[in-house]
Design a protein around this ligand. Sequence first.
Ligand SMILES: *Cc1c(COP(=O)(O)O)cnc(C)c1O
Length: 346
Amino acid sequence: MKPLQELVRPNIWRLKPYSSARDEYSGVDASVFLDANENPYNHPNNRYPDPLQRDLKGHLSRIKKVPAENIFLGNGSDEAIDLVFRAFCEPRIDNVVAIDPTYGMYQVCADVNDVEYRKVLLDENFQFTADRMLAAADEHTKLMFLCSPNNPSGNNLCRDEMVRLLERFSGIVVVDEAYIDFSDARSFLPDLADYPNIVVLQTFSKAWGCAAIRLGMAFASEEIIAIFNKIKYPYNVNLLTQKQALEMVLRHYEVERWVKILKEERVWLEEAVKELPCTVQVFPSDANFFLVRVTDAVAIYRYLVEQGIIVRNRHTVARCGNCLRITVGTRLENEQLLKALRNYQA
Ligand SMILES: *Cc1c(COP(=O)(O)O)cnc(C)c1O
C-alpha cells in the first residue's frame, strides 16, 4: 500500500474539519448546556446527537470484535461509499476499478463525483481474479470495489483472490459485506489489522432488519476512519437512528434467529424454484436472495407485477440476461410467489 498521504486527496489531507459544539465539549458531568443554540424544551429531541455515536460504537465494538476507533457509522452504507470517493478520488483525474456486475451505487457515486469507473467482467460463475483487476488499473487508480456475497449474483467471491488483491494493490480495496451475516464465508473483520488498505462495509439494512433507519458501518484502520470522520456531516447519524440501533443491539438474538430462518428458507425456495417449468438455472447464493435465469425475464417480471408480486428484473445487467433476482421473504410470501410462477403460461 502507498502511504495514506499519497492516496488521500490533498485538499482532504489538509482539511480542518468543522468543529461542532458537541466536539468541543463532550463530557458527561456538565448539566447546563448553553453552547449549541439548542431549544431547552422538548427533551430529548432538542439536543444534537453524539457526532461520533460513542455509545452505539461501544456495543458494536463488542459484537463485531473490532475496536471502536476502527468503526465509522453513516447514513446507510451508501454514505460510506460516497465518502471513499470524496476522500480518495480527484475528480476527472483518478479512477476506480470494480467487478461487474455488482451493486449499482458504486457507479452512481463515481458518476456524481466525476470519477472514471472501470468495470472488470466477472466470469460465467460470477468469479473474479486479482490479475484482471490489476490489469485494469493504472497509476491513477485509487479504489477497487469487491462485494461478497455479491449483489445481484449472490455468491461469495474467491477469498484467495481477494487476499491476493489486498496484498498487491497499492490503493484502497473496498470489501462490501452487506450480506455477510447470511454467508458461510468468513468476514474480513478479524483480519482488519493485516490489511491497512481495506475498507469493509456492513449495514443494518439486511440481516439486522433495519433498512428504514439508514445505518451503515465501515471498518478500516484508525487513520482511514479518522479521515471519514473529518469529512462527514457533523451529525450524520440522527438520534432516533442511534436509539433504534441500540435497541436492536439488545435484541441481537432476534437478528441471529432471522438469519437462521432466512438461510433455511432460501434453500427451500431455491429447490422449489428449480422445479418450475419457467426456470432455466438457479445460481448458487450465500445471501438472503438468489438469481434465477428464466425463459423470459421481462415477460415473467410483468406477469408477477400483475399478481402484485415484485421481484428485481436484472435482464439488462452484465452476465444476467433473462435473470430475476428474488429476495427471500416469509414462508407465506414465498408460497405466493411459487403459486404464481406455477400458474405462469408462456
Ligand atoms: C443493500 C446493500 C447495501 C446497503 O446499503 P444501505 O445504504 O446500508 O442500505 C450495501 N451494499 C450492497 C451490495 C447492498 O446490496
